[in-house]
Design a protein around this ligand. Structure first.
Ligand SMILES: Cc1cc2nc3c(=O)[nH]c(=O)nc-3n(C[C@H](O)[C@H](O)[C@H](O)COP(=O)(O)OP(=O)(O)OC[C@H]3O[C@@H](n4cnc5c(N)ncnc54)[C@H](O)[C@@H]3O)c2cc1C
Length: 293
């Protein structure tokens, strides 16, 4: 079954719930969404609200959303059980590039690790639910793709997808925690310089280098600054408050270009991110008021 009309919600039962951390759960749906890593769906709880969520898994037959328990809608979701239904529309928005002959440095924070985990699985052609073993049909191997996957969190109990990412071929996992309870003590962005240098020094098969990032905006902004300084390429997923998700309401337009993050984003190139004067400085709440970081 696929979405007949992407803008009409389809009510899907939750088929699996995985507790990732105390505040984060992944909700699975048996449905062929045909999404690309970086895209999102609108999830509707009738009588309450609808909100955008990045697609964290898509095996072709099943997709998953990794959700942080933050406010009214997510609280309602956290009370749901297997079999409860929610309205889904999408997939929407732009996606990260899936390129051969490329070394990816992925920089994830918080639930941003979910869409980047999906990207790493897509690049490795290794989705757990499809039952492909790491050494079978690996796009990573065939297409000369390698990945440094960097994930940061407050402490080791809040790190997401360590086990998921470790299993993938051609992926090297790097952890960073604020308190040093796992991996590097400090910000995940502290790792960038050493990883880029080490890759550029040691590369055996010539490849392009691409940074991709998804997570807290100030972390993403540091990735952009680093790529600007070193003249390296990057793609960034920029989250803005979205109401309709389909380019009509204008809630997620960004200064000064006025482009809609639900249509021309959420994933944008370095060239576009560099033109967004609000990126890393402020975003807007649901009434349009500026909230400075
Ligand atoms: C493209 C996109 C992808 C997203 N993907 C995910 C995802 O994979 N997992 C996930 O858990 N959430 C994701 N979000 C955020 C999600 O859409 C909701 O905003 C969030 O879950 C809070 O919803 P709520 O109704 O529970 O609480 P709200 O009442 O909306 O928010 C609770 C608190 O969080 C703050 N808040 C809400 N949204 C944001 C935001 N975008 N940035 C900063 N602060 C905010 C509010 O100001 C408020 O203080 C995504 C947002 C976008 C735009």
């Amino acid at each position: 079954m696929t979405l007949a009309n992407m803008d009409q919600p389809i009510f899907l039962p939750i088929t699996k719930i995985v507790n990732e951390t105390e505040q984060v759960k992944t909700f699975y749906f048996n449905f062929s969404l045909k999404s690309k890593p970086g895209q999102f769906v609108m999830l509707w709880v009738p009588g309450l609200d609808q909100k955008p969520f990045s697609i964290g898994y898509d095996s072709g037959a099943q997709f998953g959303l990794t959700i942080f328990n933050r406010g009214p809608l997510t609280k309602a979701l956290f009370e749901m059980k297997i079999g409860d239904r929610v309205g889904i529309t999408g997939p929407y928005g732009t996606a990260f590039s899936v390129k051969p002959n490329t070394h990816y440095i992925m920089v994830a924070g918080g639930y941003g690790a979910a869409p980047l985990g999906f990207l790493a699985e897509e690049l490795s052609n290794c989705h757990p639910e499809r039952g492909l073993a790491a050494d079978e049909g690996s796009l990573a191997h065939d297409n000369n793709v390698t990945i440094d996957f960097c994930v940061g969190a407050r402490d080791k109990d809040n790190l997401l997808f360590e086990e998921r990412v470790k299993k993938l071929p051609n992926v090297t996992l790097h952890l960073a925690t604020d308190d040093g309870s796992a991996g590097h003590k400090g910000y995940v962005t502290d790792l960038l310089s050493e990883l880029a240098d080490s890759y550029l020094r040691n590369q055996t098969m010539p490849k392009k280098l691409l940074f991709v990032t998804c997570g807290p905006e100030l972390m993403e902004f540091k990735v952009l600054e680093f790529c600007n300084l070193r003249n390296l390429e990057c793609e960034i997923s920029i989250e803005r408050f979205m109401k309709c998700g389909i380019g009509i309401c204008g809630q997620c337009c960004v200064d000064p270009l006025g482009i809609r993050m639900c249509m021309e984003g959420p994933v944008v190139s370095k060239a576009v991110a560099n033109q967004l004067t609000e990126f890393g400085k402020y975003h807007r709440d649901k009434s349009g008021a500026k909230i400075y970081y």
